[in-house]
Write a protein that binds this ligand. Structure first.
Ligand SMILES: [Zn+2]
Length: 115
């Protein structure tokens, strides 16, 4: 599959990637609205995954590498969705180390985190 001119695509994807990374870090770090972050997080993770696949195509990975990459990206996206918690008490974003643990406590204020 030919995906445009990779020399032209690369700076575009790289720019989007940087902007998205900075914006999301700022948003999830400084925003204290747990409900809003809980809504934004899933679509954000999906967009990031799609962008990552697009980025890989833009820098010219072979098409058949996608058969490995798409499931890997889906898996990472699901793990990221599971491992992120947003504290209702203080609004902090908490990434748990173990995505399979059922319940954790806020590392900022110690409140119990709901799922
Ligand atoms: Zn908290």
């Amino acid at each position: 599959m030919q995906f445009g001119n990779s020399n032209q695509m690369f700076p575009v994807f790289f720019g989007v990637w940087i902007v998205l990374g900075l914006a999301s870090t700022g948003f999830f770090f400084f925003n204290k609205n747990a409900g809003l972050k809980r809504k934004v997080w899933p679509p954000f993770m999906v967009i990031t995954g799609l962008l990552f696949i697009g980025f890989s195509l833009a820098i010219g990975i072979p098409g058949n590498a996608l058969y490995l990459m798409v499931p890997a990206v889906v898996l990472i996206t699901l793990l990221n969705l599971r491992s992120a918690h947003f504290c209702n008490a203080c609004g902090a974003t908490i990434q748990t180390q173990n995505p399979f643990s059922k319940r954790t406590f806020c590392s900022k204020c110690g409140a119990k985190l709901e799922r």
